[in-house]
Design a protein around this ligand. Sequence first.
Ligand code: NAP
Length: 276
Amino acid sequence: MKKCWLNNKTVIVTGASSGIGRGITVKLIKEYNCTVLGVARSEEKMKSLVAELGEYGERLSYRLFDVSKRDNWKSYAEYLNENGIKPDILINNAGILPEFKSFERFSAEEFENTIGVNFYGAVYSIKELLPIILESSTPAIINIDSSAALMPLAGTCAYSASKAALKAFTEAVREELRGRCYVGVICPGFTKTDIFRSQNLTEKREEKIIRAVSTSLDYAVKRIIKSIRKRRELTVIGADAQFMKIFGRLMPVKGGRAVSTILKQSGFKLFDGVFK
Ligand SMILES: NC(=O)c1ccc[n+]([C@@H]2O[C@H](COP(=O)([O-])OP(=O)(O)OC[C@H]3O[C@@H](n4cnc5c(N)ncnc54)[C@H](OP(=O)(O)O)[C@@H]3O)[C@@H](O)[C@H]2O)c1
């Protein structure tokens, strides 16, 4: 086992049932001997993760609840306290990407749900769990954000707003907790997971192009774990995300406009709900 501060820690991972959260969970358990307390909604997916872990399965336990509801986090904190469970690290990873579409096509409920899961999920978890996390000798909070926080694009208003809020929130809290708790934020770009399931990806050619510009899940997970290991405060993963970081800074208006124009001119069916 690699010598590292992460070894043998107890880690809460939200969205542990699939994609990036699942990858983080497997790596923490197998390579760092961590105990993971997974949070997600799908029992079927969590059971398949336990099966995938085989002999390591006993290092994973899970609770099924919706992260966007504050009462669920209150009950979870009570459950941890009552059972004497003392997590050292909280990784807020659960998130949703709504269908690409214009703001005019969003219902208020869809908007609220996106902000609820992607932003309030992290706010409520930290609100309720911070006192418990701070009891650890190595307290840490890591929020999985997105390149959408670096450059908002047409068609992603709810997602970009939720992720920009998450980044600003994390960075403010990071400064408040400096010296008491490691707080990191990670902004991946397109990554090969099932997060596109709610998109109108009916065209094989479009799917191929999206996959071609996406980072592999394995690489993204490796970079996330390395970032945590090195206690980095901000990590941007993937060439697309680096591009958005640089152009979002250099050209805060024209950068986003240029990319949105390219998306419009691509004629992709995927973006019909944005531009048609
Ligand atoms: N993939 C990308 O291209 C990409 C790029 C940038 C950032 N990210 C961010 O990375 C994180 C993980 O995304 P992913 O790509 O791994 O997506 P994913 O494969 O769809 O996984 C999302 C996870 O979040 C959980 N989840 C969703 N809504 C939830 C809710 N209301 N309560 C509890 N759990 C919930 C899901 O579990 P259940 O279905 O079991 O509830 C699932 O485990 C997200 O925050 C996403 O925004 C992804």
